[in-house]
Design a protein around this ligand. Structure first.
Ligand code: M6R
Length: 365
């Protein structure tokens, strides 16, 4: 049921705090240590792994990009992210020291399944992050991490994405602890911060009327662009996909540093440009990029941390979100972009839960 909401997508956006809590808390023991019961990788197994791939499609692949940041930063293992339809027809460098992580909400995506089979045939170990117990992806994998987001009905993925990011943070922390690349103190600090994301998401949702007004401002446009740097670029990509699939607007995300290498030619009077600015080390660079697109007539909407008034000064519209560790910001920064996509879709009279031409799970190539 839609739980009192008009559409599944909005219900699922509101399910996110619970999805975060369930995915995390049900795996913590009394000492707040993570137990990944369906992942049998030992300390020795992890030490033998020299390379990881994360392979998935669509939104799940964006969670993989966040996962790359988390695993490389915390567990110090190099990670490559690829989309399943490319990976399966490439000649990936895989051996028995490779761990392949696949991510699939449904667990039935044809290309993702084919990618797993290919990696297995070359001797890789395969870990699946999936939301559906007993799905094909879960059955085909050596190790499984179930996201406990509950059934996701809307075609546009929201709560599965947040739960997938939480899964990656937990896997990265667990691997890091086993490998000795984080201290126990830092481990616990991060667990506390991950748990604290749930009420912060609730806080962002309380601001939904203001976000709706911003959506009204861009509903009649024909295209919209998203900019970010570093891990914010991942949010920009996810946000662009979300708006595209349910509003049918032409959207694209750019790494802000690439603007001058081509994309800035697209900016015209009134072009909406949504900028994600949450990473301390990249804030100044992003402010310069905002000024550059504004000088070409862009209408800039910025998503940034509370108190970052420098960003507020240059943007036309601003959405403030609470602050946490830079690494965890994608869980918060994506929320307003989901709401924008939802409201634009509704304002354009679209079927938000069942957008044209799309299926919830892509079981054919
Ligand atoms: O079930 P999966 O996670 O394997 O699905 C992957 C993509 O098809 C899916 O995320 C798709 O991109 C969504 N419609 C995005 O909202």
């Amino acid at each position: 049921s839609k739980g009192g909401f008009e559409h599944f997508m909005m219900k699922e956006i509101y399910d996110q705090p619970q999805a975060i809590r369930d995915t995390l808390l049900r795996r913590l023991d009394n000492n707040r240590m993570i137990h990944l019961d369906d992942i049998k990788l030992t300390k020795e197994d992890l030490e033998a792994i020299t390379k990881m791939y994360v392979v998935a499609c669509g939104t799940a692949s964006h969670a993989g990009l966040v996962g790359k940041y988390a695993i490389e930063k915390l567990a110090k293992i190099p990670v490559e992210v690829d989309i399943a339809s490319e990976f399966r027809y490439s000649d990936p460098f895989i051996d028995e020291h490779t761990l392949l992580i696949v991510v699939s909400q449904s667990g039935e995506t044809a290309d993702t399944l084919a990618a797993m089979k290919l990696a297995k045939s070359k001797g890789a170990r395969v870990l699946a992050i999936t939301n559906v117990v007993g799905s094909s992806v879960a059955r085909e994998a050596h190790d499984v991490f179930y996201t406990w987001a509950g059934p996701e009905i809307a075609v546009a993925s929201t709560k599965a994405y947040t739960a997938q990011m939480i899964a990656f943070y937990m896997i990265a922390l667990d691997f890091a602890y086993k490998k000795g690349t984080v201290t126990l103190e830092r481990y616990h600090e991060l667990i506390d911060r991950i748990e604290a994301l749930a009420p912060l998401v609730e806080k962002i949702l309380e601001n939904k009327e203001a976000i709706k007004t911003i959506a009204e401002d861009i509903k009649d446009t024909s295209s919209a662009f998203y900019l970010g740097r570093g891990i914010d670029y991942t949010t920009a990509r996810e946000a662009a996909l979300k708006l595209k699939e349910i509003s049918y607007l032409y959207t694209e995300a750019f790494a802000a540093g690439e603007l001058k290498h081509g994309p800035i030619a697209l900016i015209d009077q009134g072009t909406p440009v949504l900028c994600v600015v949450t990473q301390k080390a990249l804030e100044e660079k992003m402010i310069s990029n905002i000024k550059e697109v504004k000088a070409r007539g862009a209408f800039v909407i910025a998503v940034t941390k509370e108190g970052h008034s420098e960003v507020g000064k240059v943007a036309d519209d601003i959405i403030y979100i609470p602050e946490t560790e830079d690494l965890l910001m994608p869980v918060l920064s994506v929320i307003p972009t989901q709401l924008i996509a939802y409201y634009v879709s509704i304002a354009r009279g679209n079927d938000v839960d069942k957008p044209r031409n799309l299926a919830k799970s892509v079981t054919v190539e």
